[in-house]
Each structure stands twice: as structure tokens, then as C-alpha cells.
Write a protein that binds this ligand. Sequence first.
Ligand code: FES
Length: 109
Amino acid sequence: MPWKKVCSLNELEQNQIMEFDVDGTPVAVVRGDNQTVVIPPMCPHLEEPLCQGICDGQTLTCHKHLWQWNLKTGEPLGLAQKPLKRYDSKVEGELLFALIDQEILYDYE
Ligand code: FES
């Protein structure tokens, strides 16, 4: 499975969350403190766009019902009841790459 280029780190400010399309797969990129993660763009709770959320560098918060996650581990914090899934990613120079063979989806009940 090849690494796919997601974006250049220059495209994001610190603590910014942006959506990108990687060969037809929508992803969100969160640039936190010394870490940039590639995640599915929709909240695992009720499918709200996470790019409208808030990142403080360590934690990602969904704007809708304030579910929160540890950005580094994806672990749920506070009210959140599901972990944040992430794509494997790496940075080379200023470019961010991710392993995206199929879209990560949540089970919405
Ligand atoms: S939709 Fe994100 S916390 Fe509810």
C-alpha cells in the first residue's frame, strides 16, 4: 500500500483543522503541538464535520456536543464515547503523507 501525499504542512496554521481530498477519499488534517494527524473528516458521534472543531495543540474538540480526544493517541476524553480513528501518517520535509487504502468510516447507530 503506497503512501499518498495529503498536503504540505505550510497549508495549515498551528492548531488548524482542514479537509483535503486524497484521491477521492475525504480526510481531515489536524496540526497540533509537534504532531500532525490525518483523520476521517466526520465526528464519530453524529457525523458533524470535525474541521469546525477546536484544537488546542493536544486535544481535539468537536464543536457540536463537545466530545474530545487526545490528539496523539485518539483516546476519548470527557464526554466522548468512541476513540478517534486515524490514518497512519508521516512527514517528509514539509510534506504530509498517509496510508489510505480505504476510507475509514465509523459505525453510526
Ligand atoms: S457530533 Fe461531534 S460530539 Fe456530537
